[in-house]
Unconditional design. Structure first.
Length: 238
């Protein structure tokens, strides 16, 4: 049954990634359409805990966890398929399909004062250092840092351990600061960001751009400048 839910999650991820990319390219995406896709992703997270790749990532790393038998294979296939797909579809998985990202996106849309921090390089260094530490701790010591961030407990509605409240705090923080989990801790997000280095997978300005600065002011991750690599672009369509 668990493999079935993971397969459902993978199919939804591929469908919603493709749909979001198509709608964005056709300029048919609006806040109501995007909110509908995001809400479905969040509900899938709560109902079947899929496609929760950031937390299924630990199944691949920890030998004594999910890293044996068929239960290990599906998360690995899912990770490879989605990372490869992002080379063509951009970061639409992070933007619309992942329940963790979708929840934070919806929270950030609530109109409260927002926090912005322009030192992107500090976040970049920290996230890759965290990814390296997570891989080493998982492979060598069988320890999952992701467990302590509480996403699994939160989406399974299990409030009887402190990790639940860690993720609850991150969810509340996302009211004010854009996608804190995605931008700092998510291992899959770090891998997905490399898709921005593929020119065809990222959004670019065209000849209609007047350099008015509106995109730069709207972008919550400061990636809308003409020289930005779009490593942290979540295709939010602001």
């Amino acid at each position: 049954m668990q493999d079935v839910t993971k397969l459902v999650g993978l199919l939804w991820a591929l469908f919603s990634m493709t749909l979001a990319f198509f709608l964005l390219r056709k300029n048919w995406m609006n806040k109501w359409v995007s909110a509908s896709i995001l809400l479905i992703s969040v509900l899938l997270g709560f109902s079947i805990f899929s496609p929760m790749l950031p937390f299924q990532f630990q199944e691949i790393l920890i030998p004594n966890g999910g890293g044996k038998g068929p239960g290990f294979l599906l998360p690995l296939i899912g990770l490879l398929v989605i990372v490869v797909s992002s080379s063509a579809l951009g970061r639409t998985f992070c933007g619309y399909s992942c329940p963790v990202g979708a929840l934070q996106e919806l929270m950030y849309r609530i109109p409260v004062p927002k926090l912005r921090w322009g030192k992107k390089w500090i976040l970049l260094v920290f996230r890759w250092a965290f990814l390296a530490a997570m891989i080493v701790s998982g492979l060598l010591f069988g320890v999952s840092f992701l467990y302590y961030l509480g996403g699994s407990s939160f989406f399974r509605l299990d409030p009887f351990g402190w990790p639940f409240y860690v993720f609850a705090f991150l969810a509340v923080l996302s009211l004010f600061y854009y996608r804190p989990f995605c931008r700092i801790f998510c291992p899959v997000g770090a891998l997905m960001s490399l898709s921005a280095l593929i020119r065809g997978a990222r959004f670019r300005r065209n000849e209609n751009c007047t350099d008015c600065g509106k995109c730069e002011r709207a972008c919550p991750v400061d990636e809308a400048g003409p020289d930005d690599l779009k490593l942290e672009c979540y295709a939010c369509n602001r």
